[in-house]
Design a protein around this ligand. Structure first.
Ligand code: F6R
Length: 619
């Protein structure tokens, strides 16, 4: 039975505090399915997915195997999809992914593994797909199908337009899907254009289906799939028609569901401060009316009469929220000394402050808060930027090749024998690049060079904000330097390195990001390390006097109701920021639009009309 709060949801949906918690619950379900089938001397047939989403779930299965003796001897697996044209040994093939993430760590016989054959020749694709379907049928159908969801709403690789009856077939990947895979493949040009995927119909035949989604980036597409119409524009919406499908979400991915975002529409809401602000800004946006012009009937007609009873009338409520929003705006992110700070986001004292900007990867800091860094420096605070990783995974082979070429050219124009070594080194670099090809894995020396390039860029770009070079620090957390996208294993030493750094800086304010990211992304891993470290230092004196401001880098921007500090920028300041960000030459970035959009929201609410705003949320 659906609860009142879930009335907009057309498929059973459960929200957990974290991806880890949801994954553990699912792993328990899968383990009991496997054991039940064992007891009946039958196979358990699992449909599996790749990507970031199931990673914590596979880790939990491995743990159950190692620590609780869960055996996979009676399991048959069918993966959803595979890139067309990739050898099973290819670094990014789903076959290799599955081996690294699960198969190599449990006792699943390899003859019981099935993955669509990415290397079949084009003229055999149809036949191979039919064979895959037949194999699933011979296994008696899938007992439990695991799914993730793409930003296009795809399940498997069933991109928009896939019909509910579609079967295993070759498909052209959507542009957004290829963009999302670009980092794994070190550039969108390396991402395959085609894939083989189970069809929506194949998936729908599973006896039970569980779709997992983590992080705020997935929140909007999850809402459309769960609450919207069934449409072939969003394959995941077909799950509404399945008798035993369920969505498992973490808090981030649930953010756009009506029961979370607009709880007053689905029952009696508890009108706390943050909900009131959300409701009023929502109403203002919906009616396209500035906050100060909202009327009692506007509230009453939109399910908020209890809000008026508790906090009305509209006139008073409007003024209160207007003032609150007004007070989030400040040109003094480090606090304004010698001013009454009761209504300012940041306290006036101490002044100057030790401000620590933490960036998971170089460019996060400038993209999200270049203007704010400018101001902090200008206003005399002691600002340090701490990069948790070198960002070398984001540097293309082209950039490394370019560097080696320049080094060679330069050396060729110098006669001194001191240049022999750099020339040899550049040659080695070019050889390494050629040997590994576009899909190969970077060796440590290549990663080292890419890291150097990225660091150089970071210094160059940050200098434009007036920050002294001695204030730029690289922590090179081991989880990143020894890992790869979607294959990060953070350990104690990561926490230790960050704890040491924080203890050294003893900041009065910290700027950090990643809380809204997918937990297995660089930002997500970094935030979780950060959270654990902050718990460890909770009793330290500096910690008790330290405020943490969360910013958004490439995740979903903060909603206007979530903003606790809004730092406006003039057209010139924005230009300056965009210029500084563009100095990160090895990555394509588009800056400016987002900052302008936040300013537009403020304007629509009836507040001052700025060119651009950088937004922060208090942690
Ligand atoms: C993977 C798959 C895809 C992914 C989806 C989400 O086998 O079929 O549908 O589940 O693209 O990817 P992540 O989990 O990386 O966000």
């Amino acid at each position: 039975m659906k609860s009142e709060a879930e009335q907009f949801e057309k498929v059973p949906t459960t929200i957990y505090a974290s991806a880890g918690e949801a994954s553990r619950v699912l792993a328990v379900e899968v383990a009991s399915l496997i054991r039940k089938k064992q007891a009946e001397s039958k196979h358990a047939v699992l449909g599996l997915a790749t990507g970031s989403t199931p990673v914590p779930f596979y880790r939990e299965l491995i743990r159950l195997h190692r620590e609780e003796g869960l055996s996979f001897q009676n399991v048959l697996t069918f993966n959803l999809d595979e890139y067309f044209g990739l050898e099973p040994t290819h670094r990014e093939s789903y076959f290799r992914f599955m081996r690294e993430q699960l198969f190599d760590h449990v006792d699943l016989p390899s003859s019981q593994i099935h993955i669509p054959p990415g290397t079949v020749s084009r003229d055999r694709v149809f036949e191979a797909c039919q064979e895959y379907e037949a194999e699933i049928e011979r296994a008696g159908g899938i007992d439990l199908q695991i799914l993730g969801i793409g930003r296009t709403g795809h399940i498997g690789f069933n991109e928009p337009g896939s019909s509910m009856e579609s079967r295993t077939r070759m498909i052209t990947l959507d542009g957004i899907t290829r963009e999302d895979a670009a980092r794994d493949f070190q550039g969108i040009e390396n991402v395959p254009r085609f894939a083989l995927t189970m069809g929506v119909g194949t998936i729908m035949n599973a006896r039970r289906i569980v779709l997992m989604a983590w992080g705020e980036n997935k929140a909007d597409i999850v809402r459309q799939a769960v609450e919207g119409e069934v449409t072939d524009a969003i394959s995941a919406s077909f799950l509404q028609k399945h008798a035993n499908a369920q969505f498992l979400l973490d808090a981030g991915a649930s953010q756009s569901l009506t029961r979370v975002r607009y709880p007053w529409l689905v029952g009696t809401a508890t009108w706390d401060r943050s909900l009131i602000r959300r409701a009023v800004t929502w109403l203002s946006a919906k009616l396209k009316k500035p906050v100060l012009k909202l009327l009692d009937e506007d509230y009453n007609e939109h399910g908020m009469s209890d809000l008026l009873t508790e906090h009305g009338p509209a006139y008073q409520l409007n003024i209160r929220i207007f003032n609150e929003l007004q007070h989030t705006i400040t040109g003094w992110p480090g606090g304004k000394p010698q001013e009454d700070d009761r209504y300012r986001p940041e306290r006036a004292l101490p002044f100057p402050k030790r401000s620590l900007v933490i960036a998971p990867e170089p460019s996060d800091e400038l993209r999200a808060m270049g203007g704010t860094i400018d101001r902090l420096v200008e206003q005399g605070h002691s600002v340090d930027v701490l990069f948790l990783t070198s960002g070398n995974l984001g540097v293309s082979d082209d950039a490394a090749e370019h560097f080696a070429d320049v080094l060679k050219e330069l050396a060729a124009t110098r006669s001194s024998s001191a240049w022999k070594e750099p020339v040899r080194y550049a040659g080695q670099l070019l050889d390494d690049l050629e040997a590994k090809g576009p899909f190969g894995e970077d060796n440590q020396s290549l990663r080292g060079i890419k890291g150097l390039l990225r660091r150089g860029e970071a210094r160059h770009a940050l200098r434009a904000t007036g920050l002294d070079e001695s204030r730029i620090h690289f922590l090179d957390l081991p989880f990143y330097e020894n890992g790869r996208y979607r294959r990060f294993h953070p350990q104690e030493d990561d926490q230790e390195a960050l704890r040491e750094a924080l203890t050294k800086f003893r900041p009065h304010q910290i700027y950090m990001t990643g809380n809204a990211s997918d937990p297995s992304s660089v930002g997500g891993v970094c935030f979780s390390i950060f959270r654990q470290v902050m718990e460890k230092v909770a009793k330290r004196k500096w910690r008790q006097d330290c405020r943490v401001w969360l910013y958004r880098s490439n995740e979903k921007p903060l909603g206007v109701y979530e903003i606790d500090m809004a730092v406006p920028m003039s057209p010139d300041q924005l230009k300056h920021k965009v210029k500084a960000v563009s100095l990160y030459a090895t990555e394509e970035l588009s800056t400016g639009q987002r900052d302008r959009a936040v300013a537009r929201y403020y304007d629509q609410l009836g507040l001052a009309n700025y060119e651009a705003i950088e937004a922060f949320r208090a942690w």
